[in-house]
Structures are given as structure tokens and as C-alpha cells.
Design a protein around this ligand. Structure first.
Ligand SMILES: [Zn+2]
Length: 280
């Protein structure tokens, strides 16, 4: 993996390699690193992973892009810093671009996303009651395992995605069953992106044992541990084996990121926006 600085305009295509670009790397509260929303680019295709409340602002003002150019979307879970900008994208599809967004989503999340998050804002229209399918083309991943946690897989937009169920917010400690729907991703078997998750060492170990070609991990990190049990606390992550830390970049961090030295503590570093992560 090599990094390359952003120069002038966000790229939605490249020569064919896998490239990742963070629209932001911050948590739900920081205003300086624009939440954690990630763009995957490969060849003539792209996928935006999450679209939070600040996503379109950052996309257009920091990177000179047009949010209406986004055609493919994947959402990891229904918190506003990850889906707060989706209503705007859906309405832009209806009124501006006149095309539906391709949304990579499981049946379970599709139902929850519409019924519990989006329906209140966009079900009414001058054409009558709208449904999920009026705004989005569902691109449905196939379930490849049920236990110890659900995993789905799909080949789309030139990439292989494995989507695994994570434990982010739970009403019962350590219970996946009692947790809000949330997913992490493995991209082309090379990159593991946890999205929002509690510290879950057994799951990380399971995935790294199963997918031996994972080169880089982008891991959720709560620097001060205020939201321990919802996000992975920094002091928990520092207990990971050195070989795992060495390939782990931290994201979803707060302003308190200035109080740590991730490199000294054995990590690959902090995930950054303004940077392309290029893979061969
Ligand atoms: Zn979250």
C-alpha cells in the first residue's frame, strides 16, 4: 500500500487499482475531521461507504467534487454521522440527476433503514407515497455464513466486498443479538475496515485467520475511551499483538487525537483525509 496526496479534484476513477480515500476520519462530534466516510475507487467505478451529515459539505468544499456524481453507496449502520446525508442523495436522485442510487444493502438493513430512518423524511412526494425502491436500486450481497457472525459477499463496481456483522451498540453487554445493525467490510481481501465497532478481539482474530491476505486494517478508535463499549477504546487497541497493530490505521477519532502518538504505540498510524491509499 502506498499513500498519495490529494491534489485538486476528487477522483471517481483511476487506472484500475484499488484506491481508498477518506472523506473524513473523525467521530460523530468533531468538526475538523468530518466524520468517517470512505470512498472506494477502482477503474471506472466507485463506492461511497457511508454518507453522514457532513459528507456532502466536505465532498464539495474540501475536495471540489459534486455529491450528485456519486452513483454507488454502501451504508455500515444507521447513525447520523453515517447515514445523515442519505436523504439528500435520494432527493438529488429524484429531482436533479433523475437516476436512482445503487445501494449495496442486505434485506434486513434495507427494511430497518427505510422504516426507522428514511421513511419519515422522504416517503411523501407529489407523486404519492414513495418506497425504498423508488429512490434506490438495491444491490444485494449474498450471505456466506451465519456463525459466529453473519457475513455477506458481493462482487460489484470492480471490487469484492465481504460484509461482516459487527457489535457496535448493544443493549446487553457482549450480545450481538441485542445489538443495533452494523457492518464492517473486507475490500478485495486486502483491506479490513471495521467501521464503527466495539473492541472485539475474537472477531478481529477470526477474520485475520480466515483472510490471510489482509494487508491493512482501518479500525474504529475512541481515544479517551469515553464511549468504551460502543467504540473501540485506544487503550484496548494498544493491547493487540504487535503484528496486528503494525498494519492498523486508526479512524473515527476525536479532537483528543493530539494526545496520543499512534506510531510510538506500535500502530501504522492515523487514517487521514486528503490522502489516497493505493493498493496493487
Ligand atoms: Zn456509530
Amino acid at each position: 500500500m502506498k499513500t498519495r496526496p490529494f491534489i485538486s479534484n476528487i477522483e471517481l476513477t483511476n487506472e484500475g487499482h484499488l484506491s481508498l480515500f477518506f472523506i473524513g476520519t473523525g467521530n460523530a462530534f468533531t468538526k475538523t475531521s468530518f466524520q468517517t466516510n470512505l470512498l472506494i475507487i477502482k477503474g471506472d467505478q466507485h463506492i461511497l461507504v457511508d454518507c453522514g451529515t457532513l459528507c456532502s459539505y466536505a465532498y464539495e468544499n474540501l475536495y471540489n467534487g459534486k455529491i450528485t456524481d456519486i452513483k454507488n453507496l454502501l451504508l455500515t449502520h444507521p447513525h447520523a454521522d453515517h447515514i445523515g446525508g442519505v436523504e439528500e442523495l435520494a432527493l438529488a436522485g429524484k429531482y436533479i440527476t433523475k437516476r436512482k442510487l445503487n445501494l449495496i444493502i442486505t434485506d434486513e438493513f434495507k427494511k430497518l433503514l427505510w422504516d426507522e430512518s428514511l421513511k419519515g423524511g422522504i416517503q411523501y412526494s407529489e407523486e404519492g407515497k414513495m418506497t425504498f425502491d423508488d429512490y434506490f436500486n438495491q444491490v444485494k450481497p449474498k450471505r456466506i455464513q451465519k456463525k459466529p457472525f453473519e457475513m455477506f459477499e458481493i462482487e460489484t463496481c470492480n471490487v469484492n466486498l465481504k460484509i461482516f456483522r459487527t457489535r457496535h451498540v448493544t443493549t446487553k453487554k457482549n450480545s450481538l443479538k441485542a445489538s443495533q445493525i452494523s457492518y464492517g467490510l473486507i475490500i478485495d481481501d486486502k483491506v479490513l475496515f471495521t467501521a464503527d465497532t466495539q473492541y472485539n478481539r475474537p472477531q478481529l482474530k477470526y477474520l485475520l485467520d480466515k483472510y490471510k491476505n489482509i494487508e491493512v486494517i482501518f479500525h474504529d478508535c475512541d481515544i479517551k475511551g469515553f464511549s468504551r463499549g460502543v467504540h473501540a477504546a485506544y487503550d484496548e487497541l494498544t493491547t493487540l499483538p504487535p503484528e496486528i497493530k503494525a498494519k492498523t490505521y486508526l479512524c473515527h477519532y476525536s479532537e483528543a487525537v493530539n494526545t496520543i502518538d499512534a506510531l510510538v504505540d506500535g500502530f501504522a498510524g492515523l487514517a487521514k483525509h486528503w490522502v489516497y491509499y493505493d493498493f496493487n
